[in-house]
Design a protein around this ligand. Structure first.
Ligand code: MTE
Length: 325
């Protein structure tokens, strides 16, 4: 993965202040008012800053899943949609927004198959209607040492997997993204052996925080953010959250992953955010929050499991996190 490393500075404790919490509560209350009125049928008005070409509004209510509502300040929509990685459209952070307009996301077919009693072939409307849509605010930590805070729309992936009736022999879940050379110019590059593949242990995939993402900022996913349906796993490095999913397959053996194949010594299967285990080429101890921090602002400390240790730590009890990075 190509990275630009931010300058290192000590992080002061004043980064987390009561004012933060206050401002974020205000911000979230404003946002949920919009979501709540949508649920009540009062009309789906988007938050003032939200309008990305090709998206439509989605009705959702605030999630009750423990840990699903981070109190951090949201990353502005313009940063979420204009600075990101989606290598199918190119290697630069600006490429996904600039080069994804020809990508066709409707109609869409998502398959759930493999070791299941009931394989599923779903259109986008089936996926959207499968479970009530929730708003969730997740901190997202990229392996390149930058982070964002994104208000997602979706529901727990477990709801979809349960619908397919997993067999007892299923131990892992494999994810496959779209790879259309006609509309995704980055697929011509050999940086990744396409399609983009990812994987989770079954218990990780079934964890309530693991989100089947269908939107952000109260609207359907912009193309550059993985439309129309993607994975969102907030305690892992961002590359685990595969975009534009076409296939979810339950399997017995640990599945191959795109970055695991491209650079096995650099990207392990677990990829849990861990400030104590550095990437071979750079530190993972700190991060730069996009949008909030200027280029010369102090990076903040990265938290174990990206701050979700209370919710997910138990899944890794007894696992050597240096070996299984
Ligand atoms: N999924 C696919 N199919 N292709 C990609 O290049 N990039 C990953 C992940 N999912 C990627 C992908 C990386 S490195 C990151 S940091 C996140 O998507 C970025 O997600 P975002 O656009 O929501 O910030």
């Amino acid at each position: 993965m190509i990275i630009r490393i931010a300058p290192e500075h000590p992080v002061s404790s004043s980064e987390v202040t009561p004012e933060w919490a206050y401002l974020n509560r205000r911000q979230w209350l404003g946002h949920t008012t919009v979501a709540a009125s949508a649920v009540l049928g009062l009309g789906t008005t988007l938050p003032a800053q939200a309008s990305t070409p090709g998206t439509r509004s989605l009705k959702a209510s605030p999630s009750a899943v423990p840990g699903a509502m981070a109190m951090d300040k949201l990353t502005p929509l313009k940063d979420v949609t204009s600075y990101n990685n989606f290598y199918e459209f190119g290697m630069d952070k600006e490429d996904p927004a600039k080069r994804s307009s020809a990508f066709v996301t409707e109609p869409w077919t998502l398959r759930v198959e493999g070791l299941v009693g009931k394989p599923l072939t779903l259109g986008l409307d089936d996926v959207l209607r499968l479970a009530p849509l929730e708003e969730r605010i997740y901190r997202m930590r990229c392996v390149e040492a930058w982070s964002m805070v994104i208000p997602w729309v979706g529901y727990s992936l477990s709801k979809l997997i349960e619908r397919a009736q997993p067999l007892g022999s299923a131990k892992f879940v494999a994810f496959e993204s779209a790879a259309d050379p006609k509309t995704m110019p980055g697929v011509a590059s050999s940086v990744i052996d396409w399609p983009y593949l990812e994987g989770l242990r079954l218990d990780e995939a079934m964890h309530p925080l693991t989100l089947l993402g269908l939107g952000l900022y109260g609207q359907t996913l912009p193309k550059q953010n993985g439309a129309p349906v993607r994975l969102v796993v907030p305690w892992k490095y961002g590359f685990k959250s595969a975009k534009s999913l076409v296939r979810i397959r339950l399997v017995e053996q640990q599945p191959p992953t795109a970055w695991g194949r491209a650079a096995p010594k650099e990207y392990g299967f677990y990829s849990n955010v861990n400030p104590e285990v550095d990437h071979p080429r750079w530190s993972q101890a700190k991060e730069r929050r996009i949008g909030e921090d200027g280029l010369f602002a102090k990076p903040r400390k990265t938290l174990m499991f990206n701050g979700y240790a209370n919710e997910v730590g138990q899944m890794y009890a007894g696992l050597d996190l240096r070996r299984f990075y």
